[in-house]
Design a protein around this ligand. Structure first.
Ligand code: ADP
Length: 173
């Protein structure tokens, strides 16, 4: 068996149960899995800082010995080489993910043929789940149970409430 070091890149703003489903599956398959938080280029304003996202991911993957969490900037393939990784893990939720993922995977392969992209499907109940939808539900006051871990839910609620207070100018202090 080859030694497979895989990178699971994403923005994880915040980590969802769908991400965690993929991390658990990946951890069983690969020798080592590095969850790598990408510096956002064009995803608009983020809810959590890179350090906060890293802290939440670390807490949620603590029991998985072969999983670590890191941050990176720049091209994913360069980061893979730097980490000696030979695989990239990506999730496919629905057909709508496919076109973008195919383009990314083929472009990454052109730039670095040594790195193979591997796609995995989450459990069916997470196939409609994204960080963006979690942020939107939270902003509109909806329930997040079953979508993110409890600790993350609390942090999302606090953050959304704080952003709302500063946006409306109703500071308590
Ligand atoms: P999001 O689309 O949730 O904003 P990210 O940019 O953090 O997520 O995504 C990182 C990777 O995780 C991508 O490959 C994405 O397809 C995958 N992913 C995100 N949510 C899920 C999910 N619910 N099930 C499976 N894969 C997912």
């Amino acid at each position: 068996m080859k030694n497979i070091i895989a990178i699971y890149p994403g923005s994880f703003d915040p980590v969802t149960n769908g991400h965690l489903d993929l991390i658990h599956r990946g951890s069983k398959l690969f020798d080592k899995l590095i969850v790598a938080i990408a510096q956002n280029l064009d995803k608009g304003e983020s809810l959590f800082s890179m350090a906060e996202r890293k802290e939440m991911l670390e807490a949620m993957t603590e029991e998985l010995d072969n999983v670590s969490v890191d941050t990176f900037e720049g091209l994913l393939v360069n980061y893979c080489i730097q980490k000696n990784a030979n695989a990239v893990l990506r999730g496919i939720r629905a057909i709508s993910d496919y076109e973008f993922e195919l383009q990314m995977a083929l472009m990454n392969r052109k730039m670095e043929p040594r790195v193979e992209t591997i796609f995995m499907m989450p459990a069916q109940q997470y196939s409609y789940l994204s960080s963006r939808i979690v942020r939107e539900i939270a902003k509109l006051g909806g329930a997040l149970d079953g979508l993110v871990p409890e600790m993350v839910e609390q942090r999302v609620r606090d953050r959304v409430a704080r952003k709302h207070i500063s946006a409306t100018g109703k500071h308590l202090l």
